[in-house]
Structures are given as C-alpha cells and as structure tokens.
Design a protein around this ligand. Structure first.
Ligand SMILES: Cc1cc2nc3c(=O)[nH]c(=O)nc-3n(C[C@H](O)[C@H](O)[C@H](O)COP(=O)(O)OP(=O)(O)OC[C@H]3O[C@@H](n4cnc5c(N)ncnc54)[C@H](O)[C@@H]3O)c2cc1C
Length: 563
C-alpha cells in the first residue's frame, strides 16, 4: 500500500467572516446612539446589504482576485502610444458597486441632512476592506466633488458634478488628485509643472507628476504654476483636466510606468508627464494649495475611515480564528494572554472608531452650515489629528492581527499579509504623520482652537458619570491640560523645540479626544444597552495611553476580546 502524499493528519479551518454589519457591535451601537431613529431605520437595510456583501461574495471575490494586478500597456502592436491601464476584475466590480450604492452621491444628495456623511461613511467602512483600496479613487472623487461644489466655477461644476455624483455606473466618473512631484509631496510649493496658454487661449500643462493614483480616473484636479507666477505655493494654481478627449485619446499625457509598491498593489499609481495637457483653471490663477484644501479635508477623512475599517477587518478575522485554533489543549479564545492581546487591539480600534466618526459627524455638520466659527476652528484641527492618530493605530493593530495567526499571518495565500502592506500607506499619503503634526500646530495658531478642543474634551468627559469611568475621564482632561502646558512652556524656548515635539503633541491630542469619546460612549452603552464592553474598552485604552503595565479585569477582557 502506498502512502498518500496529501494524507496530512490535520487541516486548520480558515478564518471566516459573517455579515460585517450584523457582526459589528461597535458600529451598530454607535449608530443607535448617534442617529435619530428614523434615519437609522431608513439606512439600515442598505448597511445590512453592504455588510452581507463585504463579509460574503466580495470577500470571496477579493481572495480569488488576489494575484491580479493592474496592467499598463504603453504601445499597441503598430507602435502607437496608447498607455492603456487595465484594472483588476475586483476593481471593475467595486466601481459599479460604489456608483450603485451612492458612495459618493449620498453626502451630496443629503437625504439625511448633516447625518448623510455618517450614512456614507458607515457604508464606506463596510465596503473598504473587501475592495482592495478602491477607496483611494473614491476618496479623491469625493474630494474633487467637494472642491468643485465650493469653488464657484459654475461651468466646471455643471460639467463634472453630475458624473462624480452619479448612481449610474455608465455615467459615473472617478477623479484623481495629482499633486506630488519628485521634488516633494509634502513641500508641494516646489512643484515644477508649468501652465501656459496656447494660441487658442487654452491652458496647457507641462511637467511630471510622480505619484498619480488611479490613473484610470476620467478627470483630475492638479496643480501647476502659470508662467510668470512667483515660486512657492502661492504661485501655483488649481487646474481641472479630463484624462481623455472625446476621441478616447489621452489628453497629451504620457504614462511612463506604474509604480512597483509595497502594498496598494491593485491601485494603479503612475508616474506620468503632462505634455501640454489641456486644462482649465478652477479658481483663479494662484493660491492653488489653498483652493485644493477642501479636497484634502475630505480625503483625510476617508483615510481615517479606511484605517478603522482595516483594524476592524484584522480583528474580525483574528477573533474568528481564536475560536478555531487550538493550542495546548484549548482554543486560543480560552487563553488568558491571547484574550488580553485581542482586548488591547479591540480597545485601540474602538478608540479609533469613535474618533473617526466624531470627525465624520463634524464634517457633515460643517457641510450643512451647522458649525459655529469656534467649531470650524475645531474641525480645522481635528482633521489632521484624527488622520495621523488613526493611521498609526491601524498599522500597529493590523500588525498585531497578523501575529494572532502565527505563521499563517505571514503566508500570502491566506490573504492576511496584504492587509498589513495596504495599511502601511495610511500614515504616508494624504500627509505624513510629521507633516500633519506641523499642520495641527499651525491650526492651533493663537491657541483659540486648542481652547475649543479642550472644552470639547471636557464636554465629553462630563457625560461619563459611572464611578468606574471617572479616572479615565480625568486622564483625558489631564492629558489635554498637559499638552497645553507643554505648548506654552516650550514656545518660550523657541520654535525648534515646539517643532520637535509636534508629533508627540498631536498624538496626545488625538488620544485624549479618543479617550473622551470612548468614555462618553461607554456611559451611553451602560445606560441604554446594559453593555459593559465599551467600559472595558475605555479602561483598557486609558491604561494603554499612558502605562503598559497594570492588571485588567479578566472577565471584562474576555468580553471585550470576543464580543
Ligand atoms: C501608494 C501611494 C499612492 C499615492 N498617490 C498619490 C496621488 O494619487 N496623488 C498625489 O498627489 N500623491 C500621491 N502619493 C504621494 C504621497 O502623497 C506622498 O508620498 C506624501 O505626501 C509624502 O511626500 P514625499 O513622498 O515627497 O515625501 P517627503 O515629502 O520627501 O517626506 C519624506 C519624510 O520627511 C518628512 N518631512 C517632510 N517635511 C517635514 C518637515 N517639515 N518636518 C519634519 N518632517 C518632515 C515626512 O514626514 C517624511 O517622513 C501617493 C503615495 C503613495 C505611497
């Protein structure tokens, strides 16, 4: 008798996902607490549907599509330059789904007023981890829609907005955001692309854009310096261009290659030359960086939502695996230390989640004119703080999630390594951690918005009345006071000291606000849902924020880790 080569004694069941809406206690509890009942009732069927897709067919499709990557064909068989870029099958489906589900349309249709942003981003949060960073072109599309909505250029708005916000996949356009050049993505003022008018009075752009994601988009917003303008950011103007003409030919754009990247490999990120691309000024012929700011506020919010969605995906898989994987006589879900590890990840995720959706709510209120000037200051500070805090949390949590699978977490065809590679981009694009920390310092400026920030934290912590929450609430208040004192005292010693501490300062603000939001939500969950898990998350996060040691109630840790 011959031994069968595949006669292995044991095969480990793979981790699986359930309906990602039904299974997400944090999302559901947040929505119940935040949304008016009629709004939740109206949007819940769509969330159910997206949750089912994300945990079922789309997740399966994503795994089947794992080895596909976009393909750039520079020339046709006869030597014509064509620069065709074919995206992966999953991406083609993702585009259709995004249009049909109104992932861009929702906040512009505003069926639920200021809550429309929460509606949109709850869907995006479910959609994102199953669609291989298709959130990248969507983020830029939303950003371009917002920018064109407020730019006051009626002609461009009439041309592009119906496409950008269309729910019909045949009409739907995505947009690029082409800012980064080889001279710098952070210091965009160094951009070398020039704009000059041709004999017919059309603006034409000449230069090289160094990171242009989703080069397959139908249009882009980009920066160029009209000839004769001064150097620096002020001399740049914001331009609109369509990537192809009516004849289907590229608009005097040469795609040199797609970048060979660590992650986001499904995203076609190109190096390209604008070789006289026809473009239209969006809003005057200078101040391009200021004029593109609405785009960045939106894309940074998308980045934060994507970061929490990746954390959630890593934890959902790790949690399921802990119930299935047996070691030393029991499932990992029965091992105190593994539970403690999962509980720590969950606490970070819950903090990031509430921080992000606080930003989402504030953005929605801003767009519907509901913010006071002081709250607008707060949003100006909140956006970089939330983006940089959640991006760092995401990389740490997803890295830990991979470790929860042991060696399997390092093996490509489990689909797990891609999670970590993809999320490593969150702290880099849309402003690196350092660049956003400096931006946060600028936002603090004279101190007005830091005072508003502190008041906001105190308003939130004031809602936490359960005795077990009070020390955590006090910690959040104190962290804010310490940050203010640091800023005041280091300012006396010169700009260099302040700049050197900018990242620590920004993260302190982010984590203090996250803790305050967690404490408020924990109180709400105790009162309305008799649920102790948010309390456990708040206590755990409070401890993590300042001190890695100390004991946690094992029963609460278990609840937090597995629920
Ligand atoms: C996958 C991917 C896709 C991208 N897609 C796009 C796109 O579609 N459109 C687009 O415009 N860009 C895109 N980018 C570019 C991205 O936005 C930039 O890479 C990013 O802004 C950083 O710019 P840089 O690469 O020039 O790095 P640099 O600006 O050179 O930064 C290098 C380092 O210096 C630090 N640094 C810079 N200035 C300071 C300072 N003053 N003080 C302290 N530290 C500082 C940064 O934090 C960073 O750590 C993409 C990037 C990636 C990775």
């Amino acid at each position: 008798m011959t031994a069968r080569l595949d006669n292995m004694p044991f095969n480990q069941p793979a981790p699986a996902l359930a309906n990602q809406y039904e299974d997400d206690r944090v999302l559901r509890s947040y929505l119940r607490g935040a949304l008016p009942g009629d709004v939740l009732a109206a949007i819940e069927p769509q969330l159910q549907e997206m949750g089912e897709l994300a945990g079922g067919p789309l997740y399966g499709f994503q795994r089947a599509d794992r080895l596909n990557e976009p393909v750039h064909t520079p020339w046709d068989a006869w030597g014509n330059r064509i620069d065709q870029v074919e995206v992966t099958p999953l991406w083609r489906t993702a585009e259709q789904l995004a249009a049909r589900h109104g992932l861009i349309a929702i906040p512009y249709e505003r069926a639920h007023g200021a809550w429309s942003r929460v509606h949109q981003f709850a869907l995006v949060y479910l959609f994102t981890p199953s669609t291989d960073v298709y959130s990248c072109p969507l983020a830029m599309t939303d950003g371009a829609t917002r920018t064109l909505s407020v730019a006051g250029n009626a002609e461009l708005a009439a041309r592009a907005l119906p496409h950008l916000t269309s729910r019909d996949p045949r009409e739907f356009w995505t947009s690029g955001q082409w800012m980064t050049e080889s001279t710098g993505g952070s210091d965009v003022g160094l951009s070398e692309t020039v704009a000059r008018q041709d004999g017919e009075g059309r603006w034409r752009l000449f230069g090289r854009k160094w990171f242009t994601s989703a080069v397959t988009s139908r249009m882009a917003l980009t920066l160029a310096r009209p000839e004769g303008n001064p150097a620096g950011g002020k001399g740049l103007a914001l331009f609109y261009l369509e990537t192809r003409g009516d004849d289907g030919q590229l608009n005097h754009i040469l795609v040199h290659r797609l970048k060979d990247k660590l992650g986001t490999r499904k995203v076609p990120t190109a190096e390209l030359t604008l070789d006289g691309a026809i473009a239209t000024p969006v809003q005057g012929l200078s101040d391009g960086i200021r004029n593109i700011a609405p785009m960045l506020n939106v894309t940074r919010t998308w980045n934060s939502v994507s970061a929490v969605s990746y954390m959630r995906r890593g934890i959902a898989l790790a949690r399921d695996y802990a119930l299935k994987r047996v070691a030393f006589g029991a499932p990992l879900a029965d091992k105190a230390l593994h539970l403690d590890t999962l509980a720590g990840m969950q606490a970070e995720f819950e903090a990031a989640f509430h921080l992000t959706f606080f930003l989402v709510e504030t953005l929605g209120r801003d767009e519907t004119g509901a913010l006071s000037p002081e709250e607008k200051d707060l949003l100006r500070l909140l956006t970089p703080i939330v983006k940089l805090t959640t991006a760092k949390q995401c990389v740490a949590v997803v890295s830990e999630a991979l470790e929860c699978f042991g060696g399997a977490g390092y093996v490509e065809d489990t689909g797990l390594p891609m999670l970590l590679r993809d999320c490593q981009v969150f702290p880099i694009w849309e402003g690196t951690t350092n660049v956003l920390s400096l931006d946060a310092l600028r936002a603090v400026g004279g101190g007005a918005s830091l005072a508003a920030f502190g008041q906001q934290v105190r308003n939130l912590t004031g809602r936490a009345t359960d005795a077990r929450l009070l020390p955590a609430a006090r910690q959040a208040d104190q962290a804010l006071s310490m940050a203010s004192i640091w800023l005041e005292s280091s300012s006396v010693h010169g700009a260099d000291l302040v700049e050197a501490g900018a990242r620590r300062f920004a993260l302190a603000l982010g984590r203090a606000l996250a803790l305050a939001l967690l404490a408020r939500h924990a109180q709400r969950a105790l009162d309305d849902e008799n649920d102790q898990r948010p309390l456990a998350a708040a206590l755990r996060f409070a401890r993590h924020a300042f001190d890695g040691t100390g004991d946690h109630d094992p029963a609460l840790s278990r609840l937090l880790a597995l629920g």
